[in-house]
Design a protein around this ligand. Structure first.
Ligand code: CDP
Length: 276
């Protein structure tokens, strides 16, 4: 049986999350923003492992000892318990993201498991929590945005995030609108409706600045467009679950559409397919 999921994928700042949230409200479904979960894992790694140059997150300072997992994780490891899934990718092919990475993927998954990083249903939205704390704002910081694609390229991290998403959808009695990069291709390939949102790079940069309440001047637009392009490039060219439209996705260019128009289009597609 296909999952009761609408998959909305697309590049950075293409309007996926706002569209997904509004579509979910219209259909009385829940909303799951998978990017928020990758961001929460990144935040947890930054605060608990330190960055790749050895500056610790939570405690400051900066030696290799700070890149040890939190105590609970270390203790469980010493008892030989697995902190999380590792090694096996979504498509079953091994390795590549592994040992050379300055942030050990297994260590990041162990931290996500132990803190824990979790999806919690608040109202009709699955929200990421780290150690029981809502991190909705903290995950939008520049330092998280800068590093999230690096973390999201790790096979073991993707596997862990996918398990969280599938469990959340399975546990939920109703339908879920899930947005991300690989929802229609990898996470829910049997979703009865897949939408791939695009918009011109300039428009996406403009929307992102507006969303942050920043001035929309030519210099800022150029800087933001370059940052988005770099993230798209990283997300599209990674070995594991790269950003791309599923063969059966409906493509929607939203460059000249308002949010209300794009939401209407997706809701219409859902109704055509007897969803919601
Ligand atoms: O909101 P924005 O479009 O800027 O990004 P996001 O949806 O919050 O996703 C942040 C990052 O998480 C992306 O740039 C990807 O690297 C990663 N991501 C992913 O790899 N797969 C997903 N399904 C969702 C996000």
């Amino acid at each position: 049986m296909s999952p009761k999921v609408i998959a909305i994928d697309g590049p950075a700042a293409s309007g996926k999350s706002s569209t997904a949230a509004a579509v979910a409200t219209r259909l009385a479904w829940a909303h799951l923003d998978s990017g928020a979960l990758y961001r929460a894992v990144t935040l947890a790694a930054l605060d608990n492992v330190g960055d790749a140059r050895g500056r610790g997150g939570g405690g400051g300072g900066g030696t290799a000892s700070e890149r040890q997992p939190p105590r609970g994780v270390q203790e469980r490891r010493e008892r030989g318990e697995q902190g999380g899934q590792g090694g096996q990718g979504e498509h079953g092919d091994q390795g590549q993201s592994g040992e050379r990475h300055p942030w050990g993927p297994q260590q990041i998954v162990a931290i996500a498991e132990s803190l824990p990083v979790r999806l919690v249903l608040v109202g009709a939205a699955f929200r990421p929590e780290v150690a029981g704390v809502d991190v909705g704002e903290a995950i939008r910081s520049e330092r998280v945005t800068r590093r999230v694609s690096e973390i999201a390229a790790l096979r073991e991290v993707r596997h862990w995030v996918n398990v969280q998403q599938r469990e959340a959808v399975l546990r939920h009695a109703g339908g879920v609108v899930v947005d991300g990069r690989d929802i229609g291709t990898v996470v829910f390939p049997d979703a009865p409706l897949k939408v791939f949102l695009t918009a011109s790079p300039e428009e996406r940069a403009r929307r992102r600045l507006a969303q942050r309440g920043q001035a929309i001047d030519p210099t800022e637009l150029k800087r933001e467009a370059a940052a988005l392009a770099a993230r798209d490039q990283a997300d599209s060219t990674r070995a594991v679950a790269p950003l791309r439209a599923a063969a059966d996705a409906v493509r929607l260019d939203t460059t000249v559409l308002s949010l209300a128009e794009q939401v209407n289009r997706v809701v219409a597609l859902a109704r055509e397919r007897h969803l919601g």
